[in-house]
Design a protein around this ligand. Structure first.
Ligand SMILES: [Zn+2]
Length: 376
């Protein structure tokens, strides 16, 4: 007799439930996988995605779409639900305590646009320090200037109160250390950089030695027997400039170039011997403060006369030097800004692009550097 397999009703019920459960698990898995792929395509990282799921924010994040700050927020242990709309509006910066600082600044009642502004004007440490203080008054005023620095905020306020300049001038002058005494509390620079700015607030250390120094050929040197060195590209540019000048019967020579830190020290020692400490303190720059240590500066001379100011070469350079990448570093009309009496012969090589900008806008290299090159 054939036996038909007959299951008990309770067993059938169990099989059905198990079947439904398996289907559900598969459905959830497929759904999870699809959502994860969608978030990945929006640029979210695995670490962020895992937290987006944990916090049940998949729908909201998909609506926000791609957003680096939101991604960083979900990656961070400092994430706060109530600040999600703030994260969404704040411009991302690659800073270690980004989310923590956004939270703190939000709690101090800064708007997302203000927080973006704060983050843009400093590094992680600057922002962290700034976030600790009470809400400040003149945020927008100073930080709408692109090169304003968060860490200088108090100095801007002090300078503004004292000098009553407009906000942009205030930022520029403080970044140039106009609120500090000459040769005190200065910045020390050791790494070679063609664009380096040297002035009474910025010293080159004894380790600062330019790369690619070249000897200036004897026929380009004003005083016979002088051994002069400059950075290679400065020499190349000078030769081109000299050639052009010759065509107009102007005869350029070089009087001075690279001066090492040790050379400067020796000069100071010599003056000390002859004139004493008081004279040296008052009139002789400390070693490291000469732009000649950059190897990018030259003192230009006329082949025809020793009185450079009266020479045709002086006039020619005033009109044409920038075309070859040279600028008059200490002009008469800018003594207050450069901090130096006019030196009609002292030219700095900055390249054609920068030289043209400085020429066209009638500014100094100090101002150009602070506006466009200063990253300290
Ligand atoms: Zn000079």
């Amino acid at each position: 007799m054939k036996k038909t397999l007959k299951l008990k009703p309770s067993v059938i019920k169990t099989i059905k439930i198990v079947g439904i459960l398996i289907a559900a698990v598969i459905a959830i898995f497929v759904f999870y996988h699809q959502e994860k792929t969608a978030l990945k395509q929006l640029g979210y990282t695995d670490a962020a995605i895992s937290n987006i799921f944990k916090k049940w924010k998949v729908g909201e994040v998909k609506e926000i779409k791609e957003n680096k700050t939101v991604n960083a927020a979900f990656e961070s242990a400092s994430y706060k639900d109530e600040n999600l709309s703030v994260y969404q509006k704040v411009k991302y910066q690659n800073q270690k305590h980004l989310i923590q600082n956004i939270n703190t600044l939000t709690s101090k009642k800064y708007k997302p646009s203000e927080i973006s502004m704060i983050l843009e004007h400093g590094n992680d440490l600057d922002v962290t320090n700034f976030a600790k203080r009470k809400k400040v008054k003149y945020l927008e005023q100073f930080f709408s200037v692109s090169y304003a620095k968060l860490k200088n905020y108090d100095r801007y306020v002090d300078y503004y109160d004292k000098e009553r300049e407009d906000a942009e001038t205030t930022v520029l002058r403080v970044n140039m250390d106009f609120d500090k005494e000459d040769y005190t509390d200065y910045l020390e620079i050791s790494d070679f950089n063609e664009n380096v700015l040297v002035n009474k607030h910025r010293q080159l250390t004894s380790e600062y030695v330019p790369k690619n120094l070249k000897n200036v050929p004897a026929d380009l040197v004003k005083t016979k027997g002088d051994k002069i060195q400059v950075v290679s590209k400065v020499l190349t540019a000078f030769k081109l400039m000299k050639e052009a000048a010759e065509k107009e019967d102007r005869h350029l020579l070089i009087n001075s170039g690279y001066r090492s830190y040790q050379d400067q020290e020796e000069i100071t020692a010599t003056y000390l011997d002859i004139y004493g400490q008081k004279y040296v303190d008052n009139y002789v720059a400390k070693a490291g403060f000469s732009e000649h240590q950059t190897g990018m500066s030259i003192d230009i001379a006329s082949a025809d006369t020793d009185v450079f100011l009266e020479s045709d070469e002086y006039d020619w350079l005033m009109e044409n030097a920038y075309l070859y990448g040279f600028i008059l570093r200490y002009p008469k009309s800018k003594e207050e800004i450069t901090g130096y009496k006019c030196e009609a012969w002292h030219y700095r090589y900055v390249g054609k692009k920068i030289a043209k900008y400085i020429h066209d806008n009638n500014i100094t290299y100090d101002e150009y550097y602070i506006e466009f090159l200063d990253t300290e």
